[in-house]
Design a protein around this ligand. Structure first.
Ligand code: ACO
Length: 327
């Protein structure tokens, strides 16, 4: 039976570091507030000339190198992003050209912070079906370009970065065991960029009303839904595989807020030492947060063959999901 495995990971984040002290000079906030409410100390912000594809390209190249796969052998590129370079062509197509992946189909996937797990699920389905051998899944964002830098409720949270995984067909035991995806469009307005699309095309009025920027209706409500949904998705993964929380060797949650991660961990009964948390240094990079954290864990030797790895995410849409992986 075919399955799929993560054969290599790679990351790229901008060089520019924006600290909480820097933010104190932009909006009415404090390092103390940001650290205690979110766990974030600093984040990476793209330069004016850096677009999502620039970060994604480097992350993808590193994942290909780690997997020892030639770009010519990639058959599909999935870029999960809510900050594509352009509406079209897709950022996936831009990468297909730049990576020299001339045999690959390519598209972008919009599932906000759950994007990497959604992308992984798509890749897993193609590979399990035996339709392809090598798929690049990339979570990449330049959220700094769509953050309202006058809104202290959101601008302290979001950041830029890219993480990639080369997902490969396998017949071995190291494989993605399951993915679970969920959505609730009825709560979509809780996290939204209202303007710039066909509902409110770019106009002077739309720009004046700041509609081409991230709006979060009720951070508190988002917080509660995030905790509940990530817990539910994680439990669904365990149940589907007859696993217990004590079987999990490593948990890589979406890095939205350290308090959200701690609350999910507490409800699941997951000890701190088995959780990957790097939000203090990278903030919330949406679709990029899980692959960035996963890459860090891989490079730090926190995963060995046979380990059970749990991923869980929550984001705009609303969307949420989980993946259980035998490493
Ligand atoms: N600095 C200082 N004060 C602030 C800031 C800030 N940056 N932001 C908000 N405040 C103030 C508020 O105005 C409020 O003041 P008031 O009581 O005078 O009205 C006070 O702090 C408390 O605000 P709350 O919103 O109740 O604070 P809370 O503890 O809920 O923390 C936060 C806010 C961090 C946004 C939290 O609700 C949260 O993390 N929610 C989830 C957000 C999230 O993760 N969104 C993205 C997830 S999905 C995705 O990743 C796309």
């Amino acid at each position: 039976m075919y399955g799929s495995r993560i054969a290599g990971t790679g990351v790229s984040v901008p060089d520019r570091v924006l600290t909480n002290a820097d933010l104190e000079r932009i909006v009415s906030t404090s390092d103390e507030w940001i650290v205690t409410r979110t766990g974030i100390s600093e984040r990476r912000i793209a330069s004016d000339s850096q677009a999502t594809s620039d970060l994604a390209e480097r992350a993808a190249a590193r994942a290909l190198e780690a997997a020892a796969v030639d770009p010519i052998d990639v058959e599909l590129i999935v870029v999960s992003t809510v900050t594509p370079d352009t509406f079209f062509p897709s950022t996936g197509c831009i990468l297909q050209d730049r990576l020299g992946a001339s045999h690959a189909a390519a598209f972008d996937l919009s599932a906000a912070c759950s994007g990497f797990i959604y992308g992984l699920s798509v890749a897993d389905a193609y590979l399990r079906a035996g339709l392809m051998r090598n798929i690049l899944v990339i979570g990449a964002e330049t959220l700094s370009k769509v953050v309202d830098w006058s809104d202290r409720g959101t601008c302290v949270l979001f950041a830029d970065g890219a993480g990639a995984a080369l997902v490969q067909r396998t017949t071995g035991d190291s494989r993605i065991l399951s993915t679970h995806l969920y959505a609730d469009g009825s709560k979509g307005k809780q996290l939204i960029i209202p303007g710039g699309g066909s509902r409110h095309p770019v106009s002077q009025k739309v720009l004046d009303e700041n509609l081409v920027k991230i709006k979060m209706a009720n951070g508190n409500e988002v917080f509660k839904v995030a905790v509940r949904s990530m817990e539910d998705a994680a439990l669904a993964a365990l149940k589907a595989n007859g696993a217990e929380i004590t079987d999990i060797d490593l948990f890589v949650p979406h890095q939205a807020n350290a308090r959200i991660i701690n609350a999910v961990a507490q409800r699941l009964g997951m000890p701190k030492e088995r959780i990957v948390m790097n939000i203090d240094r990278f903030g919330n990079t949406s679709a990029a947060s899980i692959p960035i954290a996963l890459n860090e864990a891989v490079r730090a030797g926190r995963l060995k063959p046979g380990d059970l790895l749990l991923l869980a995410a929550f984001g705009g849409g609303l969307t949420w999901g989980s993946a259980l992986i035998r490493w």
